[in-house]
Structure formats: C-alpha cells, structure tokens
Write a protein that binds this ligand. Structure first.
Ligand code: NAD
Ligand code: ZN
Length: 377
C-alpha cells in the first residue's frame, strides 16, 4: 500500500510499504477515506521527537471497515468508522475510568497509545491506504448514513474536536462563563466551538495569524490579536479587570513570541494572569518530558519557569493531558448528525495522499490560509 513515511526532520515521502493487516482477533482493518494532518504531526515533522525513521504517520483517521478479526463482534465489514487517535484496550484501570488517553495496556510503561506517533506505541499511522485498528469493538465509532456527505465534519471526531472539548472539560467551562483560549489553531478553534456548546457567555481566542483570527469569528467567538498589544491586558479590559472565569491552553510547548522566538510556557504564565482568582485552566496544548538523550535542543522543552506564586495566590487550578477522545466522540457525533455542530468549517484543503509532503511543508510554514488539511488516500 502507499503511505506517508517519516525519513527525518522535514523529510516525509509517499512510499510503497507492506499492507496493514489483521494481526490479532480483536483487530479491524480499515480502508482510509479521510486522514488529517495535525499540529501534533508537526512535532515529529520538525524533528522534535525521537520518532523512528520509517514510521507511517497519521492519527486522525476515518474510513470503511474491510475486514475484522474473529474476535470482533460489534463492528462489521462495510461500517464507516472514525477512529479516536488514542488506541485503548477498554479494560485497564484507566480505560474503565474513561481515561482512554492513558490506556495501561497498549503502551506499557508509558502514557497511552496512538497511531503513527512518537512514544505512543508501535502502531502504524493512517496517512495510508489501509490501517490496522486494535481492539476495534472498543475503539471504532460507527457513523450514521450521512457519513460521506458530512465527512469533513465527522473526521474532526478523531482528534481535534474532542480535544478542544476536553480543554473546556478540564477547565470546567459552564453556562454563563467567560473563557479565554490561547491559540486559534485547529484545536483552539474547536475549544471555542466547545465553549459555546457548553453555554459560555463570552469566548476570547488569542492568536496573531490574521486568517485564523477570522475563523475565530466564524466559530462565534471574539478574536484577540496579541500583535496589537498585550493579550493579558486585552482580556482584563474585556472582563472588568477581573480576568476570565476559565482558561484553555491550545498552543503547547512550541509557543513563540512576536519575534518568532520559542518561549515554552509563556501561554501558561499568561493564562495565570488572564484568568480570575479561583478560575480553572485546562491544558491540551502538548508539553513533552525532558529527554536527557535528545539529540536536539528542540526536544528539550518540557521544563519552563512557571509563575507558581501567582497561581497559588489566586487559588487557581490546572488540569492537563491528552484528550480521552472516546469520552466525548459519540455525543459530538450525534450533534453533527443533527446539524447542531459543524466543525468542518475550519477545513482549508482537501488533497490526495500524493500531495501530502507538500502539504506538510506549507502547513508547517503556517502559510496563510493553511488551517486544516484533509487527505483522501
Ligand atoms: P497549531 O500549531 O496549528 O496552532 C497553534 C496556534 O498557536 C497557531 O495558530 C499559532 O499562531 C498560535 N500561537 C503560537 N504561539 C502563541 C502565543 N504565544 N500566543 C498565542 N498564540 C500563539 O496547532 P493545533 O493543531 O491547533 O494544536 C495545538 C496544540 O494542541 C499542539 O501542541 C498540539 O500538539 C496539541 N494537541 C493536543 C492534543 C491532546 O490530546 N491534548 C490533541 C491534538 C493536538
Ligand atoms: Zn491530531
């Protein structure tokens, strides 16, 4: 089959690789119809991780089931399914508690499993023609008959919509709240949509990319352009000097200042300033552990100075982590089905697999208008 293969920093190509296949009785095999490029793929693309060369990338996958193992009883050949980026067993301590992003079975000794990702188990990605889906009965979400018609919307269920929602859940966004979100990338935009869904009264999203700030308005939130002045001050001005009730971080360790210098943690410290005393902060932007063996400085960004004094003095709370996609994807699917949610509006490009290497380059350069790329193998 053809697949997008990682060969080293900023070097991905479409190669012929061995077909994905059923390896265990609980697997399903999915023919991929849509697979997306994610901001998280760029961590590997830019060489910030120790992902092995030869790895097939792609964790935002949707397609049609073409085969199932003999132990699969729910999912059937012909079903159109969307796959959470998390691979989870369904029966470990964390899965039983709904924390499928931290499955203890699929990636022993580490934190959860995922398709086509560094440090998240030996699983191949779905930027390919075929994908092996472990524990298919637990992981695959079957879509209704409008699956292909609304493919652009449903494909967001694999990661960024539930991840944005998770940010608002971690921050405990509730009815009437004011919410400040750092980052108007795909994840921040989905967090803004989710905050509205949960009844927030005011939703502010901070970024400096004009195309993305426009999308903030399209999802029904208020853009804050931090290149026009201190973002924290702008939030304080908009909230009678008190700060927003809740905050969501959707940038991650690759946060940068206006000169383009990377400043891991600057968004966390800004949120501590911009959220009111006793407010909650949900962090879904990715931060990675320090890796003492990392060959490049880019991989050593897990530690940063945190303004813990202000955080403590304001009695705030913070919650973090990968999204447990399965906790929300069914409910969000139902809202898409009933036309109550349309996350597909942020899609900027729909391309073939052959166009993926070029798309990686342009998405990584944050070229104007490259917000969310869907690939159709
Ligand atoms: P992205 O890189 O497309 O978007 C990040 C946005 O942040 C960009 O628009 C950029 O202009 C903006 N930004 C950078 N520095 C900033 C600053 N100092 N202040 C304000 N805005 C700033 O990425 P994305 O796809 O939206 O993902 C965002 C983060 O979420 C990444 O770290 C990604 O890895 C992570 N993520 C986490 C999960 C999860 O399960 N927790 C899932 C998917 C993605
Ligand atoms: Zn993703």
């Amino acid at each position: 089959m053809r697949a997008l293969v990682y060969h080293g920093p900023k070097n991905v190509t479409i190669d012929e690789v061995p077909d994905a296949r059923i390896e265990r009785p609980t697997d399903a095999l999915v023919r991929i119809t849509t697979t997306n490029i994610c901001g998280s793929d760029l961590h590997m693309y830019e060489g910030r991780t120790d992902v092995e060369t030869g790895k097939v990338l792609g964790h935002e996958n949707m397609g049609e089931v073409v085969a199932v193992g003999e132990g699969v009883v729910r999912v059937q050949v012909g079903d159109v399914v969307v796959l959470p980026f998390n691979i989870a067993c369904g029966f470990c301590k964390n899965c039983e508690a709904g924390r499928t992003g931290f499955c203890l079975t699929v990636n022993p000794g580490s934190a959860g499993g995922a398709y086509g990702y560094a440090d998240m188990g030996p699983y191949s990605g779905g930027q390919a023609e075929l994908l092996r889906v472990p524990f298919a009965d637990f992981n695959a979400l079957v879509l209704p008959e409008d699956a292909h018609e609304k493919e652009k919307d449903y494909t967001m269920l694999s990661d960024i919509l539930p991840t944005g929602y998770h940010g608002t859940q971690l921050a405990d966004v509730g009815i009437g709240d004011s919410v400040v979100i750092y980052g108007a990338g795909p994840v921040g935009l989905m967090a803004a949509m989710s905050a509205n869904l949960r009844g927030a009264a005011e939703v502010y999203v901070i970024d400096r990319q004009p195309d993305r700030l426009k999308l903030v308005e399209r999802v029904g939130a208020t853009p804050i352009d931090d290149s026009e002045g201190d973002a924290v001050q702008q939030v304080l001005d908009l909230t009678q000097g008190q700060g927003a009730d809740k905050g969501v971080e959707a940038v991650g360790y690759q946060a940068h200042d206006h000169e383009g210098h990377e400043q891991p943690g600057m968004t966390i410290n800004s949120l501590i300033q911009a959220v009111r005393p006793t407010g909650r902060i949900g962090v879904v932007g990715v931060f990675v552990p320090e890796d003492p063996n990392a060959s490049s400085d880019l991989a050593k960004q897990g530690e940063f100075p945190m303004d813990f004094g202000t955080f403590f003095f304001k009695g705030q709370a913070i919650a973090t982590g990968q999204a447990n996609v399965k906790q929300y994807n069914r409910q969000l699917r139902n809202l898409i089905h009933r036309d109550k949610l349309n996350p597909g509006i942020i899609v900027s490009h729909e391309l073939s697999l052959d166009e993926a290497p070029e798309a990686y380059r342009r998405f990584d350069d944050r070229e104007d208008g490259w917000t969310k790329v869907l690939l159709h193998p």
